[in-house]
Design a protein around this ligand. Structure first.
Ligand code: NAD
Length: 273
């Protein structure tokens, strides 16, 4: 999709990858709505976009609440016209295994999956009427592989990949394009702590992340997303090596699980039994 003159909405736009998406989409000619539960952070993103000569509004919204999501899409459309590009990007890392409290499981499901469904419900009818639209879903490499130390995150990110696949298949003939963003580690509040830490906590130390992958900057991810939108490509892999890991998993699941157990052992300093 050509981005010049389009209207975009980005959830989680107040920080990290979402903020970079707002900046890059605006630089490509989109009018952007930066949406975040942290209204101050959304306003800071919008101010930075406007300061750089772009068009942006800030909208405070808890994406776990469908009523707020609908009102936010309506406000974005009132400001910039029909939403052409909808980036469901807000997400949280919870940490823990099956024993994570139900409230934390619910928070992961609501933020990492259901919020994407709410956004699609709000923007898809208009896109179908117009015969075009772009849905960008930020999943994670954890949605194709796994996230050691975070079961709720791994499960909900697999679900986002499933959602994005289904949408791409079901609505592709109706002119809807979908990209699914699957990075490994990126230097944001989610991985380093900081302003977003009350909602999302790092599950790995910096050394552990570096042992697994290069740690990218949010700008790297935004560049990869814009490149994928330009070519209308589904799978966005800012860490290209993830494709090889995904292939290895598909070609020999048991061998892949063995490799992941060894990696987990190395990260925890204990060899697998
Ligand atoms: N950082 C990484 O290494 C990494 C890797 C793969 C995927 N991701 C994904 O990228 C996306 C963006 O994360 P990030 O790394 O930029 O983290 P981040 O913590 O910097 O940004 C997430 C933003 O989402 C917002 N948010 C959280 N809950 C919300 C809610 N209920 N309503 C509205 N906004 C909410 C936060 O306030 C924050 O501004 C997430 O979906 C994350 O899972 C991150």
């Amino acid at each position: 999709m050509e981005l010049e003159g389009r209207a975009a909405v980005v959830t989680g736009g107040g920080s990290g990858i979402g903020r970079a998406l707002c900046e890059h989409l605006a630089a490509a000619g989109c009018a952007v709505a930066a949406v975040d539960v942290d209204g101050d952070a959304a306003r800071a993103t919008a101010a930075a976009v406007v300061g750089a000569g772009g068009r942006a509004v800030a909208l405070a919204c808890d994406v776990r609440d469908e009523v707020q999501v609908r009102a936010t899409v309506a406000a974005a459309e009132a400001a910039h016209g029909p939403v052409d590009v909808c980036c469901s990007n807000a997400g949280v890392a919870i940490g823990g295994g099956p024993d994570a409290p139900d409230a934390e499981w619910a928070r992961a499901w609501q933020t990492n999956l259901l919020a994407h469904v709410y956004a699609v419900r709000a923007v898809l009818p208009g896109m179908l009427e117009r015969g075009e639209g772009y849905l960008v879903h930020t999943a994670s490499a954890a949605g194709l592989l796994t996230q050691i130390g975070d079961l709720p995150y791994s499960v909900t990110k697999h679900a986002v990949v499933g959602l994005a696949e289904w949408l791409a298949i079901t609505y592709g003939d109706a002119g809807i394009r979908v990209s699914c963003v699957c990075p490994q580690y990126v230097r944001t509040g989610m991985t380093t702590g900081g302003a977003t830490a009350p909602r999302s906590r790092p599950v790995m130390t910096g050394d552990q992340m570096h042992a697994v992958a290069d740690v990218l900057e949010p700008d790297d991810v935004a560049r990869a997303v814009l490149a994928a939108i330009a070519t209308e490509e589904f799978l966005v892999l800012p860490h290209p090596e993830v494709l090889e890991y995904f292939r290895r998993k598909a070609s020999d699941y048991d061998r892949w699980i063995g490799g992941m157990r060894r990696l987990q052992g190395r990260l925890r300093g204990t060899p697998p039994s």
